[in-house]
Design a protein around this ligand. Structure first.
Ligand code: NDP
Length: 428
């Protein structure tokens, strides 16, 4: 059994390690299952059936298949390096992140230029009218396959690198001593090359913006094959494009999320950020290329209204907490009621956070549901996102609840008494 050991230079505590995700066996199963699920979904999205001969379909011989995989790998590496270059050359404010492991004297600097970097990519794609479908749509599956291999290589690098030099700041949940588990959870909290923070960079840039490019490639493919872009395709591109843009625009908010403050940078986040997000979140756009349901304007209007409601809740709740955490005296939030905790921080008990403890998740899920609804009801495949995201958010809310109970003790119980609902006020 693993043992709790928060930091290389801390003494080992002989307590059972608080495993999550089913411990090492769950971590191993998830590590192996995730790539299969991604490839399976991609096949379902394109042909409505499972077919893993996608590289051979593009090629006449083995030499061509090998070349395709090499080209895809180089393409992915070039994209990653291009985003690193933009991070490096574009200007942006340097801000201090959240206290590392709650130590207010220990914060790390982050260069924030994700928003500018996003517009640089959009400007290039639309300015030069780059036919993304000719590379991204055509090579969707081989790209995903190569991306998965690169993610595995990156997470193994992150794991081995976490041991050298000694004394690195480790994630509390990723230092069990079990190789498989720690590789999955992420051992080092903030792996960096100088000021380049691998985790924050990967959370927002190559995968998230890559997802938007895959969506655009699908719209271009629909135009090329069917002569027009459907209402559903426009909506899914706009909805998801706004989601990606919003994350870049609110870049600073990523610094206080659980991923950045608590989780190590291991396979879970590497794969999630760089493979899962771009290649499964683009499933609806990919599906629409071949199976557009030709929804009526009324249906599209209802979906649009639902999306606006979801975005309003999502942005309202996240923005309110972010403002409050940064400056509780900000006029936009100073009127809100809160619970003063013994830990020093305040917990909002009115406004969005007084309605339900995870109302931000509800808004996010509602938006995700509208991405699926634009695909109609002929297949369950595009609804994968709503189903998966529901499971993710319920599980994540339970993880956060446990962590907050640990952080806040009795104050968290009092907060839960004052705000009894988790997702929907008065219901659940
Ligand atoms: P939250 O933004 O909900 O942050 C949780 C933290 O907020 C808690 O640990 C606590 O930290 C603080 N907090 C909780 N309640 C209160 C309160 N009443 N007042 C003030 N602070 C409070 O969690 P996430 O980081 O998980 O999510 C952020 C957004 O990202 C969500 O909208 C979520 O839907 C989205 N998301 C999207 C994903 C995707 O794949 N599309 C994946 C994961 C998240 P403390 O008190 O220490 O500040």
């Amino acid at each position: 059994m693993g043992k709790h050991n928060n930091n290389d230079n801390h003494s080992k505590k002989e307590e059972p390690f608080p495993y999550e995700f089913g411990g090492p066996i769950g971590a191993l199963a998830t590590t192996l299952a995730l790539p299969v699920v991604v490839m399976w979904l991609l096949q379902m999205g394109r042909v409505g059936a499972i077919n893993f001969d996608f590289v051979q379909e593009l090629c006449d011989d083995d030499k061509c298949a090998a070349l395709t995989l090499v080209k895809c790998t180089l393409g992915l590496l070039s994209w990653f390096l291009f985003k690193v270059l933009l991070w490096y050359v574009l200007p942006g404010p340097i801000v201090q992140g959240a206290p590392v492991h709650g130590d207010k004297k220990n914060t790390l600097p982050y260069k924030l230029n994700g928003h500018l970097s996003f517009w640089a990519v959009v400007g290039l794609v639309f300015g030069f009218q780059i036919p993304l479908n000719e590379f991204l749509y055509k090579y969707f599956e081989p790209l995903a396959m190569c991306d998965i291999a690169l993610c595995l290589a990156m997470s193994l690098y992150m794991y081995t690198n976490s041991f050298h030099p000694k004394g690195k700041i480790l994630a509390k949940g990723g230092d069990s001593g079990n190789l498989i588990y720690d590789h999955f959870m992420g051992r080092e909290l903030n792996p960096r090359w100088g000021d380049f923070d691998w985790k924050v960079f990967c959370e927002l840039r190559p995968g998230l913006v890559g997802w938007m490019l895959l969506n655009i490639a699908c719209a271009q493919e629909q135009l090329a094959v069917h002569g027009s872009i459907s209402g559903s395709m426009y909506l899914v591109n706009i909805f998801q494009g706004i989601y990606v843009w919003d994350a870049q625009y609110q870049e600073r908010a990523i610094l206080t999320t659980m991923d950045v403050t608590t989780d190590g940078f291991g396979y879970m986040l590497v794969f999630g950020d760089l493979a899962w997000v771009p290649f499964t979140y683009s499933l609806q756009a990919k599906y629409l290329v071949n199976y557009d349901p030709n929804l009526s304007s009324i249906s599209l209007g209802i979906i649009l209204a639902l999306h606006i409601l979801g975005f309003y809740i999502f942005r309202g709740a996240n923005g309110q907490k972010d403002k409050f955490r940064r400056n509780p005296n900000d006029p936009a939030v100073s009127h809100l009621l809160y619970l003063q905790t013994k830990r020093g921080t305040k917990l909002l008990t009115s406004g969005w956070w007084g309605m339900a403890r995870k109302i931000n998740y509800t808004g996010d899920w509602l938006m995700g549901l509208t991405w699926c609804l634009v695909c109609g009801f002929d297949s369950i495949v595009p609804y994968f996102y709503a189903i998966y995201f529901c499971i993710l958010l319920v599980h994540r809310s339970m993880r956060d609840d446990e962590m907050c109970a640990h952080k806040y003790g009795d104050d968290w119980l009092e907060y839960k008494r004052q705000v009894p609902y988790r997702f929907i006020p008065g219901v659940i």
